[in-house]
Design a binder for this molecule. Structure first.
Ligand code: SF4
Length: 467
């Protein structure tokens, strides 16, 4: 779908502009489909009227992403993986960030299972206004004991709303886990070339997505997918193996890139599924826990850059997860839409009618940098944030997005005039050249602030006077 234009999609729509989809015209709907704000199912005439059957068939063909999108779990914390259309983010965007699942093995004491599950569910970091969280829990049959494994699965399923992956090479245990997790769209690990028929039966019976696993053997993986497809299984996640060390690690990355290339560039449907990786293998034979956690993060980072749609990790340490979550946030931010905060007036500290008013743009990184620089001065201020569509001050000035009229509009809409009795506004040094324009349009006195927000404290000490 990446290279499909709205016009090509429009040709597959009824073209009657009936507005039943909630947008003004079929052409507008075509643009919404490309952005994935709508799905083809939202076009009622296309779905219901037999005379559009051929258009419908063609539309589905062109809008279905080359990498299938698969949903794991149910409810609010369900997560989607795959669904990608391009090899590299700058070609369009990535739609679903890599899901991070944390492993819990069934051989640890019951209390520890509960405690780890709770920490995974509640794990949260806030960064540039976004909450970064984990996505799921892997329940791993390490003990081989059905009673222990069953108890671990029951504990997680009954006490967490997170998606789960049931992991066992023992078919009876796998089936028991799938049964306990029935209705939760648990991911089953794993169908192999030896057991695929039995695992397929379990997946069909419990309507679960399933991992197809063929370590370091792309041909075998294709055959395995074909076999699962022949049983009607379409919700598949690919595991080509994760090797942590030396040349073998290079092979892992090459295999994953090859799979994604086959799906996107060669349109090979056998490989058009999300890819699983297991950075937790960094813990194998690694007795130093800190080193293992760091190795896991390094390994996961490389896999994240090489198309891993879902990863299984072991460490829950902040020092190992923070870099990974930050990297993931950077990669999966839509390059067409910089992270933004809402325009308006923000209180920093407890400002009153005599407090300084400073101005910045709504690019999230700019906002949080300026806000934290003001906070560190311990001075109470108002921060007026202008909607420059996510541009920082310098590009907003270059692109004439930061203008006197926009600032006037924001002052009026935010009722800033009612919050302060003075009429002074401090603008970023880089916006100095529009200071006259702002004064003319708003009637507010403009004070040109420092070029760098880290100097705000000293600047306010020297320049801020209400009268
Ligand atoms: S519902 Fe379908 S036919 Fe009607 S306007 Fe939307 S896209 Fe066009």
């Amino acid at each position: 779908m990446a290279k499909v234009s709205p016009l090509e999609i429009y040709k597959c729509l009824p073209g009657i502009n009936c507005k039943k989809c909630g947008v003004e015209s079929c052409m507008a709907f075509a643009s919404q489909l490309i952005e994935r704000n709508k799905t083809y199912e939202d076009c009622e005439p296309l779905m219901k009227d037999e005379k559009f059957a051929e258009k419908k068939r063609k539309l589905i063909e062109i809008v279905t992403p080359p990498v299938k999108e698969i949903t794991l779990g149910t409810g609010e914390r369900a997560c989607s993986i795959g669904g990608e259309e391009v090899m590299y983010r700058h070609e369009l965007t990535f739609f679903n960030q890599s899901a991070l699942f944390i492993d819990i093995s069934d051989d640890i004491p019951f209390d520890e299972i509960t405690e780890k599950m709770t920490r995974i569910s509640n794990f949260k970091i806030e960064r540039v206004g976004q909450e970064l969280t984990l996505d799921g829990i892997v329940i791993r049959d390490k003990s081989g004991d059905p009673a222990k494994f069953g108890e671990a699965v029951v504990t997680v399923i009954e006490n967490s709303d997170m998606p789960v992956m049931i992991c066992s090479y023992n078919l009876e245990n796998l089936e028991m886990g799938a049964e306990i997790a029935a209705g939760k769209r648990a991911l089953l690990f794993a169908a192999t070339i030896d057991n695929w028929e039995d695992v397929a039966e379990i997946a069909i019976k419990h309507e679960c997505p399933v991992v197809a696993s063929a370590p370091d053997d792309i041909e075998a993986l294709g055959n395995l997918v074909q076999n699962l497809n022949s049983k009607g299984i379409e919700d598949i996640v690919l595991d080509i193996g994760t090797f942590p060390m030396g040349d073998k690690h290079g092979v892992t990355l090459e295999n994953m890139a090859m799979i994604r290339r086959l799906a996107i560039e060669n349109n090979n449907k056998l490989f058009g599924y999300p890819i699983l990786s297991l950075p937790m293998v960094a813990w194998m034979n690694n007795e130093d826990e800190v080193k293992a956690a760091i190795d896991e993060t390094i390994l996961a980072s490389t896999l994240l850059l090489r198309f891993s749609d879902i990863m299984v990790l072991h460490s829950l340490e902040m020092f190992s997860l923070l870099p990974l979550l930050t990297l993931r946030q950077n990669i999966y931010t839509d390059p067409r839409m910089p992270i933004q905060v809402d325009a308006g007036v923000y209180n920093i500290g407890k400002p009153d009618e005599n407090s300084p008013v400073l101005l910045t743009t709504n690019f999230a990184l700019t906002y949080y940098t300026v806000a934290s620089d003001i906070e560190s001065t311990k001075k109470d201020c108002y921060l007026l944030v202008v909607n420059t569509e996510g541009l920082a001050v310098e590009p907003a000035m270059a692109g004439t997005r930061l203008t006197g009229s926009l600032i006037k509009e924001t002052i009026e809409e935010s009722n800033l005039g009612e919050k302060v009795k003075h009429r002074k506004i401090i603008i970023p040094g880089m916006a100095a050249r529009i200071s006259g324009e702002i004064e003319d349009l708003t009637g507010w006195e403009v004070i040109v602030g420092p070029l760098d927000s880290s100097r705000i404290g000293a600047f306010l000490d020297e320049k801020w006077k209400v009268n």
